[in-house]
Design a protein around this ligand. Sequence first.
Ligand code: ADP
Length: 907
Amino acid sequence: MSASNWGGPNSSAEENYPLPLLRLLLKEMIGQFGAQGACMALHDKTNGQMKVQVHMRLASVQPPTEVALLDLDQASQRQDTPNRRKTVQLDAEEQETQHMASVNASLRARPQNLPDDRIIDVTADQCGLFMVGSTYAPGQDLIGRTWHKNEVYAMRHEDYMALIRNNKASVPHMDVSPAYYMSVPLRESTLMDELQGHPHPPAVLGVVVLYFMASSTLNLQRLRVEVLPYAERMVLHLRNETLRIQNESLRLKQRRTSDYLQLLQGISSVFPTSVQLSDLVEHIYQFAARVVDVSGMLLTLYDRDLDRLYDVFALQAGQRVEGLVEKPVVRLKSERPVWWHEAQHEKRALLFSPAQDREKMQQYQELLTGSWGDQREALSFLLLPMKMFNRVVGTICLTSMEPDAYPPEEIQVLETMAQIVTVSIENTKLYERDRAILNDARQREAQLAAINSALQSISSVLNVTELLNNLVESVALIAKVDMCVFFEPSAANEELVAHALYAPSSVKMVDDGSGMPVIIPPNKGEQDKIISMIRLPFKGTFLEHMVDEGFFYLDAPKLEELAHESNEGGVIFLRETGVENMLMVPVSYQAVFIGFLAVPTPNGNRSFRPKDVGTVLAICAQATSAIRNAHLFEQREEAYARLERMDKLKDEFLVTASHELRTPLTAISGYASQLKRQSARATPQTVLRFATRISVAAQQLSDLVANITEAAQIGPGDRKMDLHMEAIQVLAATEMALNMISHHSEHMISLDIDRDIWINGDAPRVRQVLTNLIENATKYSPPGTQVQVTTTSMLLSDVEALLTEDQVDPTLLIDHEDIPVVVVRVKDQGEGILPQDQQKIFEKFVRAPRSLTTPVRGSGLGLYICRRFVEAMGGKLWLEQSVANEGSIFSFYLPQVASPVEAVDYR
Ligand code: ADP
């Protein structure tokens, strides 16, 4: 018997007596006593009966022919009848007398076991007598009696059959009909007990029944003498041999155990130092493959922190599934309910043969498929839980294409390995955790440094644009994103306008002339105008209600909602930059909303890690006061600049005003003193001439003072003037204005004004505006040139196209209906106004520099006052066109009204 069979599937159910040994002994006994067949029954502890283990006979023993069988039967019946009531128990003497003759004959003619006389097993189909597996109670049948009495029984076939019938049992079917049976107890040697002087009844281990085909060949005497000691020796041999085999097996076991121990030692010395998961799983595989047959393997780990399962190693048909260690297959536990149950609830090894046990295969299908392919046809499957105390941190699953590939002892070894591996993995995790904590600390340090420098770059800047640029750049770098935008509310809080954009390689808005902004790499410097093309709706949107939030996210539907109402730049930003989710941080300073910092999440993530959001919020908090400071600083700077300008204007004004005042004053005092001096001889005509001059100068003086007072009283946007609105005929008003201009005669003034054009306005103011514009046209153009005054009726919506940038008002049509208006244009052929002065001339006391050098008089108040008047009457005044040395067109519009009927009729 080979050691590998020991304890294996071929071993006998009676573990104490290996079947091959029993067969060997029985075979020898058959040969020794010249029997043709024999069976051996052994005591079965489980049911306390004798159980037939082996039944063998010579291959040469042929079943009788039908006739022979019939004869035999008749013979047995014939012989049986007279003995029916006779006891069948035969004592030694009786047997001896009855069969002496035949015994002697048998001794002479004892059959020799020829070398080719093979011994074969008798199957249950062949013969119902001494069937392997049949059991006998004490005293039952021949075997039971031999056992019970602990004696040798010799019995003729007929007597045996009679015994069976007497016991009311049916005669079993038999393919041969032996002549004689000899039943021998297998008893333990009592030799030692006897020598020591305390005899015990010897225990019967079993019974051997030898049967002989021809009683004539038997030597009963010799049999009786020899069979008992032989049986005793056989028992001894059985015991010895069993012990030897057991020893041998133990020795082998021990050797293998020590081999395994060595392996385990090796593995335990490798694992704790191995931080690499790839090393670890490789070792597990190598080890398992040395202990058992492995054609498939799956190592699944459970991470409690992340609550995920990871398949980190898989072997399919002896081939490694590549790349799993680097990129494990991740599963939720809900996706592996069977695994979860086995690992977390059963917590013990699971062993079965998928190919042979279909029911279990179905039940555990989930375990047999997955990262390691389909293992349902494997002949052996083993699941080992990897336990840390009572916690299961993973499983090792093995399959083999061999049946019973995982014997208990090997499972134990693998379990030990799993235990060691588990500890190692936990160690590794702890180590990793420590390292992660350390890394984290380092990262935090770096992060803090980054935040610090970001804050510095933000708080050290006083220019709002530069500050916001620093802010978006810092946030993008710290949050590791590609894009970051700062939106500010527009002047009327209507929209959110991008003020700073960070987008290193992805987006930038420029107008390439196609009318559509396109995306190009960034180019610092010329950014502001382009960036401000990104506008999002604000007023009336949900964003307006979010300004008090700490932060919030805009998801795809919300972004789309905004894109729907955005301008082109906003649409491109929202739809074409790949933004899927955006973190929005409202920035407010003391309840004043300053703007939103918008940070799109990278890779379509739904949100940032809380840590990152915290950082962004911290930076924003710092940035808030910096922004506020910068705003204040800029406002102060502007105020300073304005003050400075005002100061300069004041000086200029004083020069102008003193000149303006001095001129009429000089005239007044000159003519007055001349009048005084010539009072005696002056003619009435002279007096009138002088008095007129004085009066004109006084009027100039008074006009100037009136202008100064008026300008001081009306501020920008001040529409609450005391106006008397009425229908005014533009032509009449213009003609009246012309009359008020003293030097208009030097110019060719043409009026192209339809009589029927009427506007709604305050008559004296309309006249003043017209006077001022026509006067300017004559003042700032050479004598002899043309001045044209024209009117055009149009709809308010059409005016927009004519307005200059400073006059464009997006609320124009929101506040007003699309009413008909009259545009009045005053065109000259004069010196024109340089582009840089075109806006300034509408401010108080501002005169274009070139006008200052000319002798033309002026206070720089006219246009300022006119614009205020027109605006107060619901219109606008602007410089529509001006080309140096070619001329200018000053225009204004006022609401058109229908001509009053009476006026038309009576004129
Ligand atoms: P004033 O004419 O008293 O200086 P205004 O406010 O009327 O003040 O005009 C401001 C300035 O605008 C003028 O000083 C002049 O430089 C410029 N200006 C006004 N109208 C004209 C014009 N028709 N052609 C050229 N320059 C003009």
